[in-house]
Structure formats: structure tokens, C-alpha cells
Ligand binder design. Structure first.
Ligand code: C2O
Ligand code: CU
Ligand code: CU
Length: 577
């Protein structure tokens, strides 16, 4: 399977010179698509290990595998099951394993704070609360996510639930229901995987280069993950055959959405149905039609919006702005009990109603430095870079929030948030397309675009251990385009025991405008809370005014001003006349 040697690497240089013509003249060796094994049940044992794969003639490629030489097993989990995990790190360095998209407590989330040292084991256990869909797991150690994922550490999670089980859908793994983990990689001259280069010119699916897959002539389900570090794929089939998206990141859609193209950004998943009925004997390719990508998306001809904006190492690369094959489907005989029709309806999606929101948070993405070089990062969120010790937001437990994301940089960023699935409200003020109306945990925000989503922060609260939000372009994440939030139950605790004198609040009593001064001057504006005498969160306009924090617009009453500073909670009583 993997070990089939192919010669594409040798072609790389020629490829760059004679792009286009050569792809049609040569037919490369085709390798059977690798289908990861599955782990089912309530006990999941994973071992992360250094390994190798013979991708090319000559030197073997060093990889990281999970229970194997590259990628990891597909975990098939049932909603409602309490699952015990054991994650053993056999690497010579630390890592983490994050369950991307699953709604779990922060201590089980596997983010950058939950480090698994070399030669040690992490054993979280939790109940699977999520809806049937396709999730994934991958390392999340700060600054090393790209390295670990690119070298092969990633796997899919299939969650099943009782509603999905009643639907007329293919669900026979490896028979009519297939995982497709799409990635691109950059190999150096000694066949080693490089990261942070922008020279990812080798597409692979399930860690197989030039793959083919035998499929039956009936309705087939694909669980597609864009597991690339940076590249977006504009998926479509040769012959422009219509396919149907049935699920977005965190759940099934109300009904199948018919498509001929599907833009899938890093971190995003989609489940699609393809009807191969009557196509026995045909070969149909899944391709990325990247020639159709608008500029400003990694994978397009120009990764930036502005003319002349360049990204180091991006050109030349035969994949940028070009159409290329991902996997060849060879259609064969039907299985014994085939699905032959596309079901017309799926599930009820209860979107969160916009008017239930308690707050809108505004997040702006920008390059750390302007000019032609701005695509090379770093990128900032609200002018700040990730700081392991700073909690960027404290979210009251059970809050429903709108997050408004504005991209003021020249390149599109796939924004991802842990803990929740969200509903996209608008893209530049307009309700999104049908396939973006379901449950999502990654959303691509294009240059100059504002995307608003709504989410409820429920079930888990922890005052100190945060969840992450970040760009899922792994080089951006690694270089600090990330922040963290805690969900706090104590937000509404106004007991006097927490009072202290480390903040000055004046004038007090006040007429609705107050200033806050801290003994130690560092505090994030986002970390200021105002709680009324009922213990409810109140919002005011918060601005910085000559080094002081100014709150305005408070009605008369008793309030408690709370700030979070270096992980410590400070509360002060305030009377507004
Ligand atoms: Cu897929 Cu925070 O990650
Ligand atoms: Cu995640
Ligand atoms: Cu980004």
C-alpha cells in the first residue's frame, strides 16, 4: 500500500519546468488508497511513535504514526458512551492529542496546556456528547503542531448516534463509507517532510500518493478532512458530476446539499455522497479545481489579495492555481445491499437564535507588519499574539455569544474554536450558503470579510484551564495566531471574599462613567467584567483612556467590577448613582 515506490519525486524538478503537459503524458504508478483501521468501543489505546514510510526510491521518510507508520486509526465512537482513552507518547519529545470538534471538558481537550511528555501516558475519559459526524484528532503542542501533524500524526473520529442510524445512508466503513484525509506535503532532497516552507507540492490522500480506490456502483459516502497545514481544496469530480454534502464539521445537515464544487479549508470536514450507480467500469477522479480559487486563499494562483503580495516559497509550485487529481475512483460491482438513492431529508438542525446572544465579541485578524511581505506573518488576533499565560476571554458559563471575525489581512484564515460547535450567522452581512448552515467548528474568513457566528458555552466550566481559538493554518497557529478562553461558573459569584484593593475604581459612587486603575498595570480590556447586584453580567462600553480603563453607560445601581490578572480574579464593588 504505502510501500509502493513511486517516481513522482524524481519528476519534481522537471515538473516545475514543464508543468501541465507532463501530467497528461505520464501516468504515474497508482497506489491503492490506504484505509486506516478502526477502533470501536469504549476503550481507546493510542501510541504515538516515530516511524518511517518508503514513499520514494532512496531514502525512507521519517514519519510520526499513531498505532502504525503514519496517520492513526479511525475512532468509531457512539454518542452517549463513556470512553476511556490511553494516549502513550513514544516520541523523544513532548506532544499533545486534541479531539478536534468534540465537546469535552478543558482537561480532556488535549490543547497546548495538556502536555504528554516523552515516554508517558495521558488517560482522559469522557462521555461522547457530540452528534453524528466526522471529527479528528491531532497534536496541539504550541509551536510544534505543524511538525507533528505534517509528519503524520492525525486520525479521524466518526461519531455515531441513534438518529443517523435510522437514515438511509451508506455506513459500511471501507465498503461504501470511506475516509479521505487530504493533505499536501513538502519533501526535501533526502525525502524528509518539511514544515513552514509553503512548498507543499505533493498531494496525498490517507497518506497515499497518487491513490486509487475501488468503489461500488451505488451511492458512496466519503468523510473528507482537509488535514493540510495550509492548503485549501476546491473539491469536485471529473465530468463535473453532482455530489451531495450531508454533514458539515459537527453534524448532519437538514437535507443533502447538491454541489459540483466544495471549498474545504484546513481543519474543515465534510461528508459527501456520490452516486456511482450505472457507472460500473468508469474511472472518476476527485480533484481540486484550484484554478477556480479566488486570490487571497492559500492554494490559489496568488495567495494574497493585493497585487504583488508574495509568500516566501509559494511560487513556483505546480499545485497553486492549478487543477490537480487527489484520488481516482474505479467503479466496480455493487455490494449486496447497496444504497442507490440520495435520501431527501436528514436531521433537524436547531440553529441558535441570534436574539438569544448575551454579547458580541469582535476579533480582528491582521498581519504583524504591513507591506508586500505581510503574507509571511506573523498574524495577530486583536493585535495580540498567543501568550500561554494570558486568558484572552473569560466567558460566563452558559453564555450565548456572537463572535464577529474580521479579516484585515491579505490572506484567508480558517478560524477554529474549541469546546463548541457554532452556527454561522452571516458572511459580510449575508446568510451563508446551505452547506454552511449546519454545525461548524472551523470557518474560512476571506480577506476583507466579516463572518459572524453564534455559539453557546455550556456543559463545562473551569476558571483556570482554557480552551483555544486559532487559525487552522498550522504555520499561523504555531507562530501565535491563537488565543484562549475560560468558561467560568464563578462569573456570577459576587461574594465579598474575593474583594481586594489591587484595583482603584473611581469615582465611586459614580454617575455612569468610571475609571479603573490597576496597581500592576497589565490587564486585557477583554478581561473586564461588570456584574450587577443580581449576579448577572452587564455590558458597558470599555475603552482605554490615558492608561486608565474607562467604562461608560452604566445605569444606576450596585455593580461589581471584576478583572482577571495573571490568572487571579479581582473584584471591586461600585455604586452608580
Ligand atoms: Cu484542530 Cu485547536 O485544533
Ligand atoms: Cu480543535
Ligand atoms: Cu491564518
Amino acid at each position: 500500500m504505502f510501500f509502493t515506490i513511486n517516481f513522482k519525486k524524481k519528476m519534481k524538478k522537471i515538473y516545475l519546468l514543464i508543468t501541465g503537459i507532463i501530467t497528461s503524458l505520464f501516468s504515474y504508478s497508482q497506489n491503492q488508497l490506504f484505509i486506516p483501521t478502526t477502533i470501536t468501543g469504549t476503550s481507546v489505546n493510542l501510541t504515538i511513535q516515530d516511524s518511517s514510510v518508503q514513499f520514494y526510491t532512496g531514502a525512507i521518510t521519517n514519519t510520526i504514526g499513531i498505532n502504525g507508520s503514519i496517520l492513526g486509526p479511525t475512532l468509531v465512537l457512539n454518542q452517549g458512551d463513556f470512553v476511556n482513552f490511553s494516549v502513550n507518547n513514544q516520541l523523544t519529545e513532548s506532544t499533545t492529542i486534541h479531539w478536534h470538534g468534540l465537546h469535552v471538558a478543558p482537561q480532556n481537550d488535549g490543547g497546548p496546556h495538556t502536555v504528554i511528555n516523552a515516554n508517558s501516558t495521558w488517560s482522559p475519559s469522557f462521555t461522547i456528547l457530540d452528534k453524528a459526524s466526522t471529527y479528528w484528532y491531532h497534536p496541539h503542542l504550541h509551536k510544534y503542531t505543524d511538525k507533528h501533524v505534517s509528519k503524520g500524526a492525525a486520525g479521524l473520529i466518526i461519531v455515531k448516534d441513534s438518529i443517523e442510524a435510522t437514515l438511509n445512508l451508506p455506513r459500511n466503513y471501507g465498503v461504501d463509507d470511506f475516509p479521505l484525509v487530504i493533505q499536501t506535503k513538502d519533501f526535501d532532497a533526502s525525502n524528509q517532510i518539511m514544515v513552514h516552507t509553503n512548498s507543499d507540492n505533493i498531494p496525498m490522500v490517507n497518506a497515499t500518493i497518487d491513490p486509487y480506490l475501488n468503489v461500488p456502483s451505488q451511492v458512496v459516502r466519503y468523510r473528507v478532512l482537509n488535514g493540510s497545514s495550509q492548503r485549501a481544496f476546491n473539491l469536485g469530480l471529473t465530468n463535473n458530476q453532482t455530489f451531495y454534502q450531508i454533514a458539515s464539521d459537527g453534524g448532519l445537515l437538514p437535507s443533502p446539499v447538491s454541489l459540483t464544487r466544495l471549498l474545504l479549508a484546513p481543519g474543515e470536514r465534510a461528508e459527501i455522497l456520490v452516486d456511482f450507480s450505472g457507472k460500473n467500469g468508469q474511472a472518476i477522479y476527485l480533484k481540486s479545481f484550484a484554478s477556480e480559487l479566488p486570490n487571497g486563499i492559500y492554494g490559489a494562483t496568488n495567495p494574497g489579495m493585493g497585487a504583488g503580495m508574495s509568500l516566501t516559497g509559494y511560487n513556483p509550485n505546480p499545485l497553486n492555481g492549478a487543477d490537480f487529481n487527489l484520488v481516482k475512483f474505479i467503479v466496480g460491482a455493487q455490494t449486496s445491499s447497496p444504497i442507490t438513492t440520495i435520501t431527501s431529508s436528514l436531521v433537524t438542525v436547531n440553529r441558535i437564535v441570534e436574539s438569544t446572544s448575551n454579547i458580541t465579541r469582535t476579533l480582528t485578524f491582521s498581519p504583524a507588519s504591513m507591506g508586500m511581505n505581510q503574507l509571511n506573518g506573523n498574524f495577530l488576533i486583536n493585535n495580540t499574539s498567543f501568550d500561554h499565560s494570558v486568558i484572552n476571554y473569560t466567558i460566563p458559563f452558559n453564555n450565548t455569544e456572537i463572535w464577529s471575525l474580521t479579516n484585515q489581512s491579505g490572506i484567508a484564515h480558517p478560524f477554529h474554536i474549541h469546546d463548541v460547535q457554532f452556527n454561522i450567522l452571516t458572511r459580510n452581512g449575508v446568510v451563508p450558503a446551505a452547506n454552511e448552515m449546519g454545525r461548524k467548528d472551523v470557518v474560512l474568513v476571506k480577506p476583507q470579510e466579516t463572518v459572524r457566528f453564534i455559539a453557546k458555552f455550556e456543559t463545562f466550566a473551569n476558571d483556570t484551564l482554557p480552551y483555544m481559538y486559532h487559525c487552522h493554518l498550522l504555520s499561523h497557529e504555531d507562530s501565535g495566531m491563537m488565543g484562549q478562553f475560560v468558561v467560568s461558573e464563578n462569573m456570577v459569584d459576587i461574594s465579598e471574599k474575593n474583594m481586594n484593593n489591587e484595583i482603584n475604581v473611581f469615582p465611586n459612587p459614580s454617575n455612569g462613567i468610571i475609571y479603573i486603575q490597576l496597581k500592576n498595570n497589565e490587564v486585557e480590556l477583554n478581561n473586564i467584567l461588570i456584574i450587577n447586584s443580581l449576579g448577572e453580567l452587564v455590558y458597558a462600553d470599555i475603552t482605554l483612556d490615558r492608561g486608565l480603563i474607562r467604562l461608560s453607560g452604566l445605569k444606576s445601581g450596585v455593580y461589581y467590577i471584576r478583572v482577571y490578572q495573571e490568572g487571579k480574579q479581582i473584584t471591586k464593588k461600585l455604586l452608580v448613582l
